[in-house]
Design a protein around this ligand. Structure first.
Ligand code: TEU
Length: 576
């Protein structure tokens, strides 16, 4: 039997406030800009908006460095604007979910300012402070060799008290000490209850598996011999007390509201995944696993160009991993091919050839709208926004991850004889994978600056805005945008199969066609959904891989020849 809840059925749309819509002509998106597009989102079929951080912040990491949980970044608006957004969204039946960033704060947060001021400050223990290590020559070193996710050592020395503080992201993002119950209670109050009381419907929980650090703070094995700092996931992700912390957060806060939570959980075992999201564990509603978005990336070094192109069989395996772990349990999963940290899915999994560009975008929509779990769409994905052009120079990339990655690489390789040649490959990697690709302004129309803003925006508009924009697609019944809206409807109409049903790949080794079924009880039960997708620019043979009576319920092109899938053609049948 299916256990329905509002957040399982929901289509969630992620908004990156800086780049969604500028209402006051300062080149940066804002809350009134979001309000002005609520009807657009409603018509697309959006049930929930997830807003990336809009809190007050120095913006070193685009708001994932929060200096005050109870204030809004002034350039985005005010708490009152958030109240209007909540009312306007709710009156259209749209819920609003915020980003909960509580692994770290900004170094400008008053908690950290107090904590760093003296060894005996009562907030000293709210962050992770350690004494320096000294070698035989008396040189000072960090307490261990851990690295941030931004190509730097994870410890920064603070002169005031002659100690190092831990930061798993930028220097200006010190990690909170979750071991201290007073810190946890302050987080629950200021970052969560305040916004729940204002009416928000839940949270996307940033790096939800990183709060519990292994308290031994041991060195990690060396992965990159040419640098002093090393990936430290084994001591910082899914740590000894992480499930205890999530249970407490649920019990003390989330359970008091009819809320959804979705934890960002990169790097985690299947056992841990189930603990985070089994209903009986009472931790989170669901998590983002990274199998799909990690296809075509090099694990230890996310911006490095992979040696080989991604394979369709890898995508199939990743999709299966991401939803299969909940089979036969009371847990729940998510579907997402994009977010603010990932390149555009059309640039990775689709075709940029003008002949197939929109058709392949629709193919990707067919895949996503047929998968098990809560579906997340990232702004611009619904019109097939693509990665930034290769012509961009390195100076145009503004994300701290890209900037630090490149700087660290130049530090290590700047004097190599083949530096210029290597640099080309590094830039190709950045042009494939940088987080900047997701952060360019939404292309609303074909006017200057893509109708995002009347002035030059904070980050450059993608050159392709005249070909790819919302207005032209609203006017074209055959657009990617209308196809997304239609496919979201089909997903709801057949939700017992498409949203709640189990998933099985039928042709794992086929590198051209992707076929799978969705079913209810077991693989033989009827009706089932049969989806077959040609991921290539060559025709492919159409094969009925399951027995029964076929009814076509969605396709990205009028079927010309029943027996052949044209390039990038996809079909969804209900089979009785
Ligand atoms: O990202 C967490 C994180 O670990 C990513 O940097 C991750 O390594 C990468 O995207 C994997 O593909 C979250 C936010 O989504 C990101 O925007 C923030 O910069 C980061 O936390 C710090 O808050």
């Amino acid at each position: 039997t299916i256990s329905y809840t509002w957040w399982k059925d929901a289509t969630v749309y992620q908004i990156w406030p800086a780049s969604f819509k500028d209402s006051n002509g300062d080149g940066l998106g804002d809350i009134p800009g979001i309000i002005s597009k609520l009807d657009y989102l409603k018509n697309l079929g959006v049930d929930v908006i997830w807003m990336s951080p809009m809190y007050d912040s120095p913006q070193d990491d685009m708001g994932y460095d929060i200096s005050d949980y109870k204030k809004v970044y002034p350039k985005y608006g005010t708490v009152d604007d958030m109240k209007v957004l909540l009312d306007e969204a709710h009156s259209r039946g749209i819920k609003l979910v915020l980003d909960l960033v509580v692994n770290h704060t900004s170094s400008e947060h008053r908690w950290f300012k107090e904590s760093r001021s003296s060894l005996d400050n009562d907030k000293r223990d709210w962050y992770v402070w350690k004494k320096p290590k000294y070698d035989a020559e008396g040189n000072r070193h960090p307490p261990n060799n851990w690295s941030t996710h931004f190509s730097e050592p994870a410890w920064t020395y603070d002169e005031t008290t002659d100690e190092y503080y831990l930061h798993l992201f930028a220097k200006s993002q010190p990690d909170l000490n979750w071991e201290n119950p007073a810190t946890r209670n302050a987080i629950y109050d200021e970052a969560m209850s305040f916004w729940f009381e204002l009416g928000v419907d839940g949270f996307r929980i940033d790096v939800a598996n990183m709060y519990s650090k292994d308290q031994r703070f041991l060195d990690v094995p060396i992965v990159f011999p040419d640098q002093s700092f090393q990936p430290c996931m084994q001591y910082t992700h899914n740590g000894p007390r992480i499930h205890e912390f999530h249970k407490e957060m649920f019990e003390k806060v989330t359970s008091k509201y009819d809320a959804m939570t979705v934890g960002e959980v990169a790097f985690c075992s299947r056992e841990d995944a189930l603990k985070y999201v089994s209903a009986k564990e009472k931790e989170m509603s669901m998590i983002f696993l990274f199998d799909v978005v990690d296809v075509g990336t090099v694990h230890a070094n996310r911006l490095e160009k992979p040696a080989n192109p991604w394979k369709l069989s890898e995508l199939k395996q990743a999709v299966e991993n991401q939803c299969e772990f909940i089979k036969g349990t009371d847990a729940w999963s998510t579907v997402f091919f994009e977010n603010h940290d990932q390149p555009r899915s059309i640039s990775k999994f689709g075709s940029l050839n003008p002949k197939y560009n929109f058709k392949s975008a629709k193919l990707l929509a067919m895949l996503q709208t047929a998968l098990t779990g809560t579906l997340y769409i990232y702004q611009g994905q619904e019109i097939a926004m693509a990665n930034l052009p290769a012509s961009w120079s390195i100076d145009e990339y503004l994300d701290i991850m890209t900037i630090n990655y490149y700087r660290n690489w130049v530090e290590i390789h700047g004097k190599d004889a083949d530096f210029e040649e290597q640099k080309k490959v590094i830039l190709e990697g950045i042009n494939m994978l940088a987080r900047d690709h997701a952060r360019s302004p939404v292309q609303w129309d074909a006017s200057e600056y893509a109708g995002f803003s009347p002035v030059a925006p904070w980050t450059r508009v993608n050159d392709n805005y005249k070909e790819i924009n919302v207005e032209s697609q609203l006017n074209d019944p055959n657009s990617v945008l209308h196809f997304w809206a239609k496919s979201l409807k089909v997903r709801k109409e057949h939700k017992d199969l498409l949203i709640y049903g189990a998933y099985k790949t039928l042709d794992q080794d086929n590198e051209q066609v992707y076929s799978f079924i969705k079913y209810q009880n077991d693989e033989t039960s009827s009706p089932k959904a049969f989806v077959t997708l040609n991921f290539s620019d060559e025709p492919a043979k159409f094969e009925r891989l399951v027995e029964g009576q076929y009814t076509l319920v969605n396709s990205n092109v009028d079927v010309q020849d029943e027996a052949t899938l044209s390039p990038y053609e996809g079909r969804l049948y209900i089979v009785d």
